[in-house]
Write a protein of this length. Structure first.
Lengths: 327, 323
């Protein structure tokens, strides 16, 4: 079993799909010779050539839109948006076009488009290069949203996104790219809409995405010192959401913390909390706790940036609050 | 940009066919206005009265397998590309038999079988996907062309500019049809664009081939569109058709047009493309009456068809969200 980094796992999914299927091609800013600003697509130009590994102008509207058009012709384009902050520029195409063509046509069209993007704080780029905007897209019927936290998940989910007949936005996280994991040689698809129980526990469920999965693992170790057993569940796909797995975990632990790096207010955790109180109210022994970024843009100075984004200690504190409340 | 000397390449018989199509579109849209005012049609509707020659000229130059995207003013393009008037009228009545099965409406007309990839209610919103379709044709080396219709108002959006740049850069199999009808909703060209009287300068900025077209002359539109499509199909690159046309009615049905001088409306009538073709073909009054009667019947039948169509069930609203 080779050890692959999250970055290599993304690359592997792209390469495998492109080897097997002429209809798959990738485009984005600086993805060819440079291999993408995160180095994800390094080597793909050499293997697949410039027709299928397309460097684009800095035109997020046109490259997302061109992806939509090629997808409607039955191709399976993968568009890289260098930073998810720049998704805001292509918002019109994603929200009004990609998400709606199938619906507005009364089912005549499919848009098998994949958007890959990345973001995340922790390296002081300031307010326009590290936001976590995934919840915006969960609000739009017609889009699917994935947020993988491990090499196995990103490889398998990206594959599923490419072969899904709907527009799928795959959120990668900058700080996860170097994380390594032993993976089978052969790509194992991860279905969209399936959560993963990252760690079993009995006292409280932490439902975490992206980097917060890892910060929650650290938090769980800390909580364990107090004798608190933490279960960690990663939804992996935010739309469609695997409500069943989340509810099953709540029924087991009776306490929930939702944790993501995005701003808490209006974040994905709010949706999870609402779903769980509706689906599992009678099993809850404490109010659902939310962990996320404070309601502020990301500051440049490292001390301010770190203050705004959620740390393992914030997860520990939230875990303790639910446990205390429940007793 | 060069105005090519006119060739008379279209037979009178074919032109008579164009006249019939243009008249059908005109009477269809007048009927739509009437039914909307009678309170029978929901939503927000825009007619292209005065612009029929553009739709008929371009759509008849397209081939099977070619695709297009339209705008909020889409009835003419849709009919001209062969969607049955019944299917269009049924859509406007919100029926399952409609060309978008009641999910789209006037501003979202689709007919994928005939290459209609959607009318778009966001100005310029449909243009990038047409670049993408043209890219797919290029990558698969298919002799097909993707056509984007849009108005002069769209030329001020970033979406338009990014799309032209990308299309020219990648030599996608795309034709851009700028229907300069002199109005961006209520705003006249001179108030919205420094090049409102020569939109081809927009193409020039991207080193794109551009052809100026008199949009009120269906024969010229057809010839220039054919030329543009041939060029794009060959893979040489996209073409920008700078079509000067005229919106004879308001922006939307019911638009009081307070912004529009009377003189302007009189001029509009003088530039009527249907009248122009009728004169050119020296259609006798008997012939004209017969044509009117034929078209009238088709339009009336479409209303009848639509009214007898099937209403969707409310819960059908939850279908067709995902493939």
């Amino acid at each position: 079993m080779p050890e692959l980094s999250y970055r290599e796992a993304v690359r592997d999914a792209l390469a495998v799909a492109m080897r097997e299927d002429e209809d798959v091609f990738i485009m984005g800013e600086d993805i060819a010779e440079m291999g993408g600003s995160m180095g994800v697509t390094q080597g793909l130009l050499e293997e697949f050539g410039a027709e299928r590994v397309r460097n684009t102008p800095i035109s997020e509207i046109a490259i997302v839109g061109a992806g939509i058009g090629a997808a409607m012709q039955g191709m399976r384009p993968v568009v890289e948006i260098m930073y998810e902050d720049f998704l805001t520029i292509s918002m019109e195409q994603l929200v009004n076009q990609a998400a709606k063509h199938r619906y507005m046509s009364g089912g005549q069209l499919k848009v098998p488009l994949t958007i890959r993007t990345q973001g995340g704080a922790g390296w002081s780029p300031g307010a326009q290069h590290a936001q976590q905007l995934e919840s915006w897209f969960v609000h739009v019927p017609g889009l699917k949203v994935a947020f993988p936290s491990s090499p196995a998940d990103v490889r398998g989910l990206l594959w599923s996104a490419i072969y899904d007949d709907n527009p799928v936005i795959v959120f990668e996280h900058r700080l996860l790219y170097p994380i390594k994991e032993e993976l089978p040689e052969k790509l194992e698809p991860v279905p969209l809409g399936k959560a993963r129980v990252v760690q079993e526990g009995s006292d409280v469920t932490v439902i975490a995405t992206g980097p917060l999965v890892h910060r929650s693992l650290a938090a769980a170790k800390e909580a364990e010192k107090d004798g608190i057993s933490v279960e960690i569940v990663d939804p992996r796909t935010l739309q469609p959401l695997d409500v069943e797995t989340l509810v099953a975990s709540v029924k087991k632990t009776n306490r929930v913390v939702v944790a993501h790096e995005a701003v808490t207010r209006g974040g994905f955790g709010a949706e999870v909390a609402a779903v769980l109180q509706a689906e599992a109210f009678d099993w809850l022994d404490a109010p659902i706790e939310r962990v996320g970024a404070k309601f502020a843009p990301l500051a440049f100075a490292p001390a301010m940036e770190q203050y705004v984004i959620p740390q393992p200690a914030d997860v520990v504190a939230a875990v303790r609050r639910t446990v205390q409340r429940g007793h | 940009m060069a105005k090519v000397e006119k060739r008379r390449a279209i037979s009178d018989e074919r032109l008579r066919g164009f006249l019939r199509e243009m008249l059908l579109i005109r009477r269809f849209e007048e009927k739509v206005e009437e039914r909307f005012r009678a309170g029978e049609l929901p939503g927000f509707l825009h007619v292209a009265i005065g612009q029929e020659a553009v739709a008929v000229g371009v759509c008849n130059a397209m081939e099977d397998g070619d695709v297009f995207a339209s705008t909020h003013r889409a009835h003419a393009h849709t009919l001209a590309r062969g969607t049955h008037p019944n299917a269009l009228m049924a859509e406007l009545y919100g029926k399952l038999e409609g060309c978008s099965h009641g999910y789209g409406g006037s501003m979202h007309l689709y007919d994928v079988e005939r290459g209609n990839l959607g009318a778009n209610a966001v100005v310029a919103g449909g243009i990038p996907a047409i670049v993408g379709a043209g890219l797919a044709f290029k990558l698969r080396d298919e002799p097909r062309v993707a056509v984007a219709f849009f108005g002069d108002g769209a030329t001020n959006s970033g979406t338009f500019h990014e799309s032209l740049n990308l299309a020219q850069l990648w030599k996608t199999r795309t034709v851009f049809v700028c229907e300069n009808n002199e109005w961006a909703e209520s705003t006249p060209g001179w108030q919205h664009s420094p090049v409102y009287d020569d939109m081809s300068k927009r193409a020039l900025a991207y080193d794109m081939r551009s052809i100026k077209v008199d949009g009120q002359d269906v024969e010229e539109v057809h010839e220039r569109a054919r030329e543009a499509l041939e060029y794009a199909r060959s893979g040489e690159g996209p073409v920008f058709l700078d079509v000067e046309t005229y919106r004879m009615h308001g922006h939307y049905i019911g638009d009081p047009q307070v912004y529009r001088p009377k003189k302007d409306r009189q001029e509009a009538a003088e530039r009527d493309p249907v009248e122009r073709l009728r004169e050119r073909l020296a259609v006798s009054s008997e012939e004209w009456d017969a044509l009117e009667a034929e078209v009238h019947e088709v339009v009336e039948a479409s209303v009848e068809f639509a009214k007898n169509g099937t209403d969707p069930q409310p819960e059908d609203a939850l279908k067709n969200i995902y493939a």
